[in-house]
Ligand binder design. Structure first.
Ligand code: NDP
Length: 287
């Protein structure tokens, strides 16, 4: 069997077109949709990623405000900045980009982001709302797995999905999004051993581990759909997923590529959430 490729490029382009139309509508009403990205690192790949968000934002009619606090920023400085952006009516979406300086605790900081501006679903309030089915922005990466499957007309209702990884950014929100859509979900992590016993019976395997090429054909049942969330930069600068694509493609029916799969949709969804947040803020502003 040779797996078909579940590209995210066309979906990302469709979402960006939707974002541009929404941003233009907002602009005609005097609202400049604005996304603030807070960075506190000198990690070059992070700055590259943030610049790519800014470029995509500008192309879709969104103003991107990069707030670089530097690698020496303290937890207090970052918290103050997030609180200030949360109060600023000109800012509609806020992202706190990781990694943060050593010793800075992300968990407490993301609670400073106003949930109405939490376009990457980082505040525990957003995750809690997602868990109980209340309106909230889902983390863009988790949502992009769902949207990529829907785009390729792969149903999840009644199907068994194994999610490998239980982070607050990917695994846990993905669990809730899948349950809302009537999937049966198995969550796996570093103590799920042997991993293949949990993943092989699944119809769909979504992998978010952070280890290049860890998932191979032995982890995947014949004909399963595999979604690779992983992004790992190798020594030669190339980007690879958590799935060994050459191996898995021999047993899976479909596989999302890295790059060009989940990652391309994620940025588009951050922008979509930003125009949604701007529209919501406008609706809630007294005339
Ligand atoms: P984390 O490091 O926060 O979580 C990794 C998860 O993988 C943990 O739950 C961990 O288990 C589990 N894990 C580690 N080793 C194994 C193993 N041997 N077997 C099974 N499970 C294991 O990572 P993230 O969730 O933040 O990211 C995961 C991947 O997704 C990374 O490659 C990251 O770069 C990528 N990513 C991609 C995005 C995109 O837009 N494309 C955005 C965000 C992330 P335990 O909890 O027990 O430690």
């Amino acid at each position: 069997m040779t797996a078909t490729t579940l590209s995210g490029n066309r979906l990302a382009a469709e979402i960006k077109a939707e974002v541009l139309a929404a941003a233009e509508t907002l602009a005609r009403r005097g609202v400049e949709a604005t996304l603030a990205v807070v960075v506190a690192t000198d990690d070059e790949s992070t700055h590259w990623y943030v610049r790519s968000i800014a470029t995509a934002a500008n192309k879709t009619g969104i103003t991107c405000r990069l707030v670089d606090l530097g690698a020496g920023a303290t937890e207090g400085q970052i918290a103050d900045q997030l609180a200030e952006l949360s109060r600023d009516p000109a800012v509609h979406g806020i992202i706190l980009q990781t990694p943060l300086p050593a010793g800075v605790r992300t968990a407490g900081l993301v609670g400073q982001i106003d949930p109405r501006k939490d376009v990457d679903g980082a505040n525990p309030i957003s995750l809690g709302r997602l868990a109980v089915g209340q309106p909230a922005f889902a983390p863009a990466t988790a949502r992009s797995v769902i949207d990529l499957l829907a785009h390729h007309e792969i149903p999840v209702a009644g199907r068994h999905v194994a999610v490998v990884g239980r982070s607050n950014v990917v695994g846990k929100p993905l669990l809730h999004l899948l349950l809302q859509r009537d999937a049966t979900v198995t969550i796996c992590h570093s103590r799920s051993s042997p991993l293949c016993e949990f993943t092989r019976p699944a119809d769909i395997v979504a992998v978010a581990i952070g280890r290049a090429g860890m998932v191979t054909a032995q982890h995947v049942g014949a004909g399963a759909v595999v979604i690779d969330v992983g992004t790992n930069v190798l020594a030669d600068g190339s980007l690879v997923g958590d799935v060994n694509a050459a191996s898995v493609a021999t047993v899976a029916s479909a596989l999302s590529p890295v790059p060009g799969g989940v990652g391309s949709v994620t940025t588009a969804l951050l922008l979509l959430h930003t125009v949604e947040a701007a529209a919501l803020a406008e609706a809630l502003t007294p005339a």
